[in-house]
Design a protein around this ligand. Sequence first.
Ligand SMILES: [Fe+2]
Length: 250
Amino acid sequence: MFEKIIYFLYLNNLFKLCIYLLKVISIFNKRYHCRISFFNFFKKKRKKIKKNYLEIVYQPRIFILNFKNNRNNLIKKIYSYEYLNLKNKFSYHGHKNVYQSEHNLNKNIKFKKMSKKLEQIVNKNISKYLNFKKLSLVRMWFVITKKSGFIKKHSHLNSDFSAVYYLKVDKNKLSTNGIKIYNDYGKLKIYELNNKKNSFILRETKKKILLFKPKNNDLIIFNSYIEHSVNNYASKIANRISLPFDLSFD
Ligand SMILES: [Fe+2]
């Protein structure tokens, strides 16, 4: 019953009320407290959000696929980036041993083509799960995580879906390096593409924290409200390189 009330309020943009109710109920049952951040995400948008959009994004989802691309060429472009290792506003986000490019690579002539390709791949693969609504890539950047690098827990506020394409990652299966995903939503749906069958295999989890250890060429896409962090503690490679991007519904 409580879930139905919360869902009804959510569909009607009453996020503040959802938060209030969750705060009250979490006095009696702490497990409700972690769900507050989800409604905060929508409250912060400070605009009326359409009901059918809210229906689509209520269920948190992660999509994992792998596609071959000329990684070496892209890595070369990254190392020839004109502002490489220069300080920018992202240098002060509290991450450690991490360099982030400007977030406008999708407008940069060297990376424009790649950003279009990624946008196409995302839409081709996941649009049927989003009522066939088109996602546009709105910003893209690269991240070089040095050994012992760390990206603290965060979510991406200004978009609907976020993604990361991995260009160079540690192959060590035993390490705990990777992207940590914080599941504050109860049931999380994970769709993993089986390239041979050309279809997604769905699994569901209620685990609180998931560690995804990407391989080169992996692409992970998730709701922008899902909080995540990255660590590269015991990595064998000096520079882990990824290409994150944000997507918004048109
Ligand atoms: Fe992120």
